[in-house]
Design a protein around this ligand. Structure first.
Ligand code: ADP
Ligand code: MG
Length: 263
């Protein structure tokens, strides 16, 4: 064992470089002073150093997963105004954010008219999942079909579906804005079917399930898909006016009044 503080520092430098863990070296030096001052046990000191490293690794893992997920914007549950969207129960959303559904390969479906917060909540739940250690990918329904078409075109659809199953959560945004051709509907169905009881989906749509037949051009395909999605799912139907337009209404009122007076 080294005898001097200088030798110890050199050894620490060497071993933490070998471990590629410079933060351990820094934490070890910093906490050593505190440990001596407060007479910590050796075990307490080692635990405190390792706890710092674990916290830092978890934080950077969360950042990497969040960036890799491809969210369109950073939206969080803290930014979400639950008073504006009474159809989203704060308790329910926070319980979902805790992530039990991910372990059970359950799904979340967010329905409702444009601007009611579907993408916001889907993103916020996706970010929470990524922070808690789940691999997440976000794309629109059209985006997913484009990815799958590309894989299908080179005969790699099964490989791609298998690869995607390694993601604990896929967010599929905006089902229903664009109708699918038969080929696209079939690819989308395969995506849903391949995740059924294996891995989770958060899906958003502006259309109620009763109108999905129009999106997929086929009632039977739509019904088979809905069946698999909702079997283990929480379905939340958002309501109300668009959050995007909430200020516009107020601003247009005076000019409407002025117009009325002019006539
Ligand atoms: P949707 O996907 O339902 O069309 P978005 O989630 O994109 O709607 O919401 C539109 C905009 O309004 C986004 O910028 C979103 O962050 C914001 N927004 C919607 N609802 C709320 C809310 N209840 N609290 C805070 N921001 C909201
Ligand atoms: Mg949206």
């Amino acid at each position: 064992m080294p005898t001097t503080a200088q030798e110890s520092a050199k050894d620490l430098e060497y071993y933490t470089r070998a471990l590629k863990a410079p933060r351990i070296r820094d934490a070890a030096a910093k906490l050593a002073e505190q440990a001596r001052a407060e007479a910590w046990t050796h075990e307490d000191y080692l635990a405190a150093v390792l706890a710092r490293e674990v916290a830092a690794r978890e934080a950077s893992g969360a950042n990497i997963r969040t960036r890799a997920a491809g969210f369109p914007a950073r939206k969080t549950l803290t930014d979400f105004n639950f008073d504006h969207q009474i159809a989203a129960d704060r308790g329910q959303i926070h319980r979902l954010a805790a992530g039990a559904y991910l372990a059970e390969a359950g799904n979340i479906v967010l329905l409702g008219p444009p601007g009611t917060g579907k993408t916001h909540l889907a993103t916020a739940l996706g970010i929470t999942a990524a922070e808690h250690g789940t691999r997440v990918l976000f794309d629109t329904a059209t985006g997913w079909v484009t990815r799958l078409s590309a894989a299908h075109a080179i005969g790699k659809l099964p490989t791609e579906l298998r690869r995607l199953r390694r993601y604990g959560l896929l967010v599929i945004d905006e089902v229903g804005y664009l109708p699918f051709e038969a080929e696209a509907a079939n690819l989308f169905f395969q995506l849903v079917a391949s995740r059924y009881e294996h891995a989770s989906i958060i899906l958003t749509s502006n259309l109620p399930f009763s109108r999905w037949g129009e999106v997929f051009g086929d009632q039977a395909v739509a019904a088979a898909m809905i069946d698999r999605i909702v079997h283990h799912a929480e379905v939340i139907t958002l309501k109300g006016a668009s959050y995007r337009l909430r200020h516009t209404e107020i601003e247009t009122l005076p000019s409407a009044t002025a117009e009325n007076q002019a006539h």
